[in-house]
Design a protein around this ligand. Structure first.
Ligand code: ATP
Ligand code: MG
Length: 239
């Protein structure tokens, strides 16, 4: 094939077709996702909203290649994830996807700088620490690079997580409640940062949120309930 990775904006960044996920638990089988069809264009910002337990985080994990659906097709950043092995999925994530988890998931024994640099270094980037310095400066933490997570506020930890997600210039950023643990003002700062970085990098965004302000910043909002997409609001994207 002709360099499908470099591909043009014509192909959607995320394509899910009839994705289902059934999990077995002690209480029986749970139909977590019940037939999801979803297409997210390159450069689009899509908000994902819905009640607790609806399947939002699970859907994000599938788009990240961290969870394998029971049935259906998953195509992300020009790659068909169906049938890829663990190594190929790890490479896919490293090359194309940034993830911001609700609980930050920073490594407590590493400084802010190391948290951002280590994934790059593992990926073989010789400029890992320089790139991490720049990424932390971009989120306003240039003076905090030597601090450990427990020496940082919640908002600062989330900014480190965002620096880590953006440092490899991913084409797709997946964020699960990026403002969920933050007070309103700090949350707004994080939102500005996310959308500003996404605009600068042309990043496609899939954002899970309960925050109407954050959802309102997206081009489109998907409502998910009981494992299904039940509604889509198209919004006028602010220029
Ligand atoms: N490993 C598992 N085994 C069984 N059920 C699971 C498992 N993981 C998730 N579930 C179920 O799948 C459903 C969807 O979970 P998910 O975490 O995607 O919800 P969510 O929409 O992100 O909710 P929240 O807003 O609370 O984060 C829930 O009912 C949950 O109990
Ligand atoms: Mg969740």
């Amino acid at each position: 094939m002709n360099s499908p990775d470099r591909s043009d904006t014509a192909e959607p960044m995320i394509q899910l077709a009839n994705v289902t996920l059934n999990l077995r638990s002690a209480a029986g089988e749970v139909n977590v996702l019940r037939g999801i069809d979803l297409s997210v264009a390159a450069g689009e910002a899509v908000g994902l909203v819905g009640p607790s337990g609806a399947g939002k985080s699970t859907l994000m994990m599938i788009a990240a290649g961290l969870e394998t659906p029971t049935t259906g097709r998953v195509r992300v950043a020009g790659q068909d994830l169906t049938g890829l092995g663990e190594d190929a999925l790890a490479r896919f994530r490293r090359d194309h996807v940034g993830i911001v988890f609700q609980a930050f998931r920073l490594v407590p024994t590493m400084t802010a700088l190391e948290n951002v640099a280590i994934p790059l270094e593992l990926a073989g980037r010789s400029d890992a620490f320089e790139a991490a310095e720049t990424a932390l400066a971009n989120v306003g933490l240039g003076a905090r690079t030597g601090h450990y997570p427990d020496q940082l506020s919640g908002g600062e930890q989330q900014r480190v997580a965002i620096a880590r997600a953006f440092v490899s210039a991913p084409r797709l950023l997946l964020a699960d409640e990026p403002t969920g643990n933050l007070d309103g003002k700090t949350g707004e700062t994080i939102i500005e940062l996310l959308f500003g970085l996404a605009r600068d990098h042309g990043t496609t965004l899939l954002l899970i949120t309960h925050d109407p302000v954050l959802a309102g910043r997206c081009d489109r909002v998907l409502h998910i309930a009981d494992g299904r997409i039940i509604e889509q609001d198209a919004r006028q994207a602010a220029e």
